[in-house]
Write a protein that binds this ligand. Structure first.
Ligand code: GLU
Length: 415
């Protein structure tokens, strides 16, 4: 990977620009350019054949000026320290944008969970929590799902942590199953947020979503429900891809039928009635809305000038490189940055933690309504700054977030 694509360099550059524009003291950037703590652990796991394999695990605690470290855990074979550090930095920014009282953290295990049996996956999940258990907790650092992790994994982790401490610590992890301290609406919250942002953006640029065309890269938790929700608004999902390939149909494909197809076959590939499409071709399709919901650095200087979508809502973290962002801005593409577009997940994680603390649970409608309120507000702030100050939405989002974080750091006497 070139330095230009190193996500830690990218996010540090964004923070530096924002600090300069806000006229903040050097010390703000000095603190924010690196995580406060970074843990690198080795997790021994007894495999089904009796052998022991060790896995690399990481937890990055970027900043806790605004509250506990908060952010997901991903299981992916290619994760590397700078990526995890960058992802934790984005969490600090994201929480500040939607105004949930958290800082930022992120963790990862270098593994392809598809290679493990259910028992091995459980032992790995519990082993990871034993390895980082001394530095997390409901009042300290709160993990959640991310790429390739799910409510079952969160349940094992919460159970393991509760056993370590000797009491029920439901608030240590969010994104848990409903039967075990989870919140209604959490599993679809990120997608809900992605689509609320598209709705708000469409109103601002005068795009009618009824009949609008949508392409989605990544059909996991975030991509799939983004398809379901945007279809409810009358839009047509005309293309979707995943790690195995992709499918397209100019007349639109039923997003929920696609979810079922993935449940049955493990991929979107060969969805009945569709034609194949590659991941690269999906990004440059002639559609109204593009939702990248997979991994980092997919819209780059190589393909940005061919992107035809009017609105991009970043379900993934870091899908657009800074150079691509500049190209898109020049073309007039409205990019809703990840730190706003996918903030619905952590917002409902916050609601889940609040409910765990109260021991009193809300209805799905209450959760959805509160989520929408926070996101519409955050979107309006950022969009207005974008228009009034003539800056990209991403830059506006960084400015708003860094201002809040710097204020908290100043109040605490750190800068
Ligand atoms: N992994 C999600 C994200 O990147 C959610 C984090 C959380 O709920 O803490 O925002």
């Amino acid at each position: 990977m070139t330095e230009e694509l190193n996500p830690l360099r990218i996010v540090a550059g964004q923070i530096k620009d924002a600090c300069e524009q806000l006229g903040l003291s050097e010390s703000v950037y000095e603190i924010l350019k690196e995580p406060q703590q970074f843990y690198d652990v080795s997790i021994p796991v007894r495999m089904d054949d009796g052998s022991v394999r060790t896995f690399k695990g990481y937890r990055s605690q970027h900043n806790n000026a605004l509250g506990q470290y908060k952010g997901g855990l991903r299981f992916h074979p290619d994760v590397y320290p700078d990526e995890v550090k960058a992802l934790s930095t984005w969490m600090t920014i994201k929480c500040a944008i939607v105004n949930v009282p958290y800082g930022g953290g992120k963790g990862a295990v270098a593994v392809d969970p598809r290679d493990l049996s259910k028992g091995e996956l459980e032992r790995l999940s519990r082993g990871f929590i034993r390895a980082i258990g001394h530095v997390i907790g409901p009042e300290r650092d709160i993990p959640a799902p991310d790429v390739n992790t799910n409510p079952q994994i969160m349940a094992w982790m919460t159970d393991e942590f509760s056993k370590m401490r000797g009491y029920q610590a439901l608030g240590v992890v969010t994104g848990k199953p409903i039967m075990f301290g989870g919140s209604l609406g959490r599993s679809t919250a990120t997608s809900r947020g992605v689509v609320v942002c598209v709705e708000e953006a469409a109103k601002r640029i005068g795009l009618d979503l009824d009949g609008a065309t949508v392409a989605i890269q990544g059909y996991g938790n975030v991509g799939s429900y983004s398809g379901v929700f945007i279809q409810e608004l009358g839009a047509k999902v005309v293309a979707v891809t995943d790690v195995y390939g992709g499918v397209q149909d100019p007349d639109g494909m039923d997003a929920m039928a696609l979810v079922k197809h993935v449940e049955e076959t493990g991929s979107v590939v060969d969805f009945p009635g569709s034609q194949p499409i590659s991941n690269e071709d999906l990004l440059t399709m002639d559609v109204d809305v593009l939702i990248p919901a997979a991994l980092e650095n997919v819209i780059t200087s190589q393909n940005a000038d061919q992107v035809k979508a009017k609105i991009i809502s970043e379900g993934a973290n870091g899908p657009t490189t800074p150079e691509a962002d500049r190209i898109l801005a020049e073309k007039g593409t409205l990019v809703i940055p990840d730190i706003l577009a996918n903030a619905g997940g952590v917002t409902v994680s916050y609601f889940e933690w609040v409910q765990n603390n109260y021991g009193y649970y809300w209805t799905a409608d209450e959760v959805d309504e509160k989520l929408r309120m926070l996101l519409v507000q955050a979107f309006a702030n950022i969009y207005d700054m974008h228009e009034e100050q003539g800056v990209k939405m991403r830059d506006a989002a960084y400015l708003a977030a860094i201002k809040r974080i710097a204020e908290a750091m100043e109040l605490r006497g750190w800068v």
